[in-house]
Design a protein around this ligand. Structure first.
Ligand SMILES: [Zn+2]
Ligand SMILES: [Zn+2]
Length: 345
């Protein structure tokens, strides 16, 4: 186990929409006095609701600006373009943050996220203190992995960035397999038999000795959750998941850069240029916003593999500079100059 005084511990909280992640985190905030906390919220199924709840907590140890929402899609699929910049922002804060909580989207696979902590860009600055899976007690007792399967389906449909289409049972297994601690939520709604059924479903997928902690109304002693000091990024390869072989994440080895462009005349022009860049086969993902001349609306642009899409997502805000800025993610060694010239042409 490696520890360093300089590295900020991060707790990863996984679990499906509705399992009780936000309630749990809210409770941690209220009961962790004297530690300065920051939160990265990736749960976007309720249109930013999770982030709002945490932002408005009104607690001194976690001011509003320390709550960052990553609303662009599943965290494990957008690690490079969203998660790492968010970490950078938090680590630059004064006074320094003592601990970071990361609430992942319910559909996120924990392993690729934890693996990101091995990247050179962040590995000397942060460490994964522990991975906590929040599982829905009553749903498990009923033989389901989540209480509202329709909500999960809707969430999946709404997430353009999601690059895995796994059965939710597999995602559940992966979340359990990667966990250092499992919180069995809504335990007050379980009788003894229900409790047994829920535990049996979890233990099916535990290969290690992991504690299962029952919790009602999100209450768990923060001392149990924070400060585990496990440096999970050093152990994550030992945790077997459904996606170890088949789901090789493309962000293990890639380059990311930003391209600033002058305003565009028509969306179709930009689309043609993005198509040309993507056509090189070197671009894995591209996303950003464009200033279309004479338009008060911001044009959102996105390319995932060969699929290029764009739409006006909102008006430019007062005081916000209308600009055209694209983030390009490509394989390591991508010919940046060539991509830039194709996008500029
Ligand atoms: Zn993902
Ligand atoms: Zn993925």
């Amino acid at each position: 186990m490696t520890t360093s005084f300089n590295r900020v511990p991060c707790t990863v909280v996984t679990g499906f929409l509705g399992a009780g992640k936000t309630t749990l985190i809210r409770n941690v905030l209220e009961n962790t006095k004297g530690k300065r906390l920051a939160i990265i919220v990736n749960e976007f199924g309720d249109a930013g609701v999770d982030g709002e709840v945490l932002k408005n907590c009104g607690l001194d140890n976690c001011p509003e600006e320390n709550v960052l929402e990553l609303a662009n899609g599943c965290i494990c699929c957008t690690v490079a373009d969203d998660f790492v910049p968010a970490l950078d922002q938090i680590l630059a804060r004064e006074p320094k943050v003592d601990h970071i909580l990361i609430e992942t989207s319910g559909l996120a696979l924990p392993k690729p996220l934890v693996q990101a902590f091995q990247w050179p860009a962040i590995k000397n600055r942060v460490t994964v203190d522990g991975v906590i899976a929040v599982v829905d007690g009553p749903a498990l007792a009923d033989g389901q992995v989540a209480s509202d399967m329709d909500a999960l389906a809707a969430q999946r449909a709404a997430d353009d960035s999601l690059d895995h289409d796994d059965p939710v049972e597999e995602v559940f297994d992966d979340q359990v397999a990667c966990a250092d601690l499992i919180v069995l939520s809504k335990s007050d709604l379980l009788d003894a038999e229900g409790n047994e059924r829920a535990r049996a479903r979890i233990e099916d997928h535990l290969s290690r000795n992991v504690q299962i902690v029952p919790s009602a109304h999100g209450k768990v002693d923060p001392a149990l959750l924070l400060g585990l000091g496990l440096a999970v990024e050093d152990d994550i390869e030992n945790r077997k998941t459904h996606h170890d072989d088949a789901h090789d994440h493309e962000h293990d080895d890639f380059d990311t850069f930003i391209v600033d462009l002058p305003p565009v005349l028509r969306p179709e022009d930009l689309e043609a240029r993005v198509n040309a860049a993507v056509g090189t086969g070197e671009v894995l993902r591209l996303k950003g916003f464009a200033h279309v001349k004479g338009k008060p609306m911001r044009l959102q642009v996105q390319a995932v593999g060969p699929r290029v899409s764009h739409h006006y997502d909102r008006p430019w805000k007062a005081g916000e500079a209308a600009e055209t800025r694209l983030v390009v993610i490509g394989l390591k060694g991508i010919d940046r100059a060539r991509i830039e010239s194709l996008l500029t042409a």
